[in-house]
Design a protein around this ligand. Structure first.
Ligand code: NAD
Ligand code: DAU
Length: 352
């Protein structure tokens, strides 16, 4: 049996990862620790509740005692650090919590894992690894051509991406300084089930179903490189099992789309299949995001060549699966948008 400490496992990608791993393997135990911020939701994990290989603990990755207690209690083999403040817009209005969780929380986990795993000078228990789940946003923004490679210099722009880049540098420092066993994955934009509707795709699905405005930042021609969340989970699993220690792996499926195309795809599907009253008249061009990165595009050549990873879900298939999931899980959407979401939404979009 291998024991995985998954942090942030009640969020979007983390919960998909927990479900993916427990469905795929009989010989893994998952200890999921999550602070349960506005973005964490135990409803995402209903399908694994009661699974004998799954444990949930509510805790903050910044909490030294709580993290130490987990390492004392469980023989952790792998840390998969998803826990983060993840939304760029929130980082623009409130950067400090991003430093707290994304930077200091990661350093806290690195320290505690290092002490727990160390057997001698620069020596660690066999087979252990710390995987930092990072993002393509640490590379900054691209022009019309070219792709982010693992060797692209980090050039983050938003407080969110700066905090993620900072965490990446600490992970690298622990590898370089202490020979601590790490990998970093840098993935492009994910989409799929359980994504909180502050992010583009679920926000648009939720709004269009209610005939609400579809807020498009700036000219809507910013490009993101979309990957179905299960393909990201598969990549993380492969990097844990086969990634060369100290290496960074970019993850992306060459699915670049301007935002406006994404929004129109969602409108078209809903119009054809659900409600013929919706249409492009709902699109509303609003004030641009401050410092908005123009284009992201990942070169996933290294993870393909070294580990044999490839994306299984095309955008055309993935977006339909995703829209259908939200249509079939309206109660989930109602639950996550009740309470503080309304306040967030009004504050965020009122003056746009
Ligand atoms: P999310 O916001 O949906 O989930 C984050 C989770 O972390 C939540 O469950 C939250 O409760 C938890 N959390 C926050 N602060 C915590 C703390 N201090 N201690 C413990 N738990 C805490 O985020 P996501 O979209 O699932 O992203 C997960 C990770 O993947 C992040 O590190 C993000 O930077 C990275 N990433 C995301 C994407 C994407 O497109 N969403 C792409 C590449 C990388
Ligand atoms: O690239 C990976 C990153 O992708 C992750 O590291 C982040 O955690 C994740 O949030 C995501 O960041 P983005 O800023 O790219 O995602 P978001 O869904 O917020 O926005 C996608 C694009 O859509 C972006 O260009 C901004 C635009 N947008 C977003 C919203 C919420 C709009 O035009 N209108 C909106 O209402």
């Amino acid at each position: 049996m291998k024991n995985y400490l998954v942090t942030g496992g009640a969020g979007f990608i983390g919960s998909n990862f927990v479900i993916y791993m427990l469905n795929k393997y009989d010989d893994v135990n998952i200890i999921n620790i999550d602070k349960l911020t506005y973005a964490g939701n135990l409803e995402n994990l209903k399908s694994v509740e009661g699974n004998e290989h799954y444990t949930f603990i509510q805790a903050d990755i910044c909490d030294k005692d709580a993290m130490q207690a987990i390492f004392d209690k469980y023989e952790i083999d792998y840390v998969v650090n998803f826990a983060a403040e993840s939304h760029v817009d929130r980082s623009i209005s409130d950067p400090e919590i991003f430093v707290q969780t994304n930077v200091l929380g990661t350093v806290n986990l690195l320290n505690i894992a290092k002490n727990a795993w160390q057997t001698g000078d620069d020596q660690y228990k066999d087979g252990v690894k710390f995987l930092q789940v990072s993002t393509d946003e640490v590379y900054g923004s691209l022009g019309e051509t070219g792709y982010f490679m693992e060797t692209t210099p980090l050039d983050p722009h938003s407080p969110y991406s700066s905090s993620k880049a900072s965490a990446d540098f600490f992970v690298k420092a622990y590898s370089d300084t202490y020979k601590f066993p790490v990998n970093i994955t840098r993935c492009s934009n994910n989409y799929g089930p359980y994504q909180f509707p502050e992010k583009l795709i679920p926000l648009m699905i939720n709004n269009v179903l209610q005939h609400k405005d579809l807020p498009i930042y700036g000219d809507g021609m910013q490009v993101r490189d979309w990957l179905y969340v299960e393909d990201h989970c598969k990549a993380i699993d492969m990097v844990i099992r086969g990634g060369k220690l100290g290496e960074v792996y970019n993850v992306g499926g060459h699915n670049e789309r301007p935002n406006i195309t994404i929004v129109k795809t969602i409108i078209d599907y809903i119009k054809k299949n659900v409600d013929d009253q919706v249409g492009e008249h709902l699109m509303k061009y609003v004030e641009d995001r401050k410092g908005h990165d123009r284009r992201y595009g990942i070169a996933p050549d290294k993870i393909k060549a070294d580990l044999g990873w490839y994306p299984e879900t095309t955008f055309e298939v993935g977006i339909v699966k995703t829209i259908k999931w939200y249509l079939e899980n309206k109660t989930w959407m109602q639950n996550v948008t009740s309470g503080s979401y309304q306040q967030y939404y009004e504050k965020m979009y009122a003056n746009k």
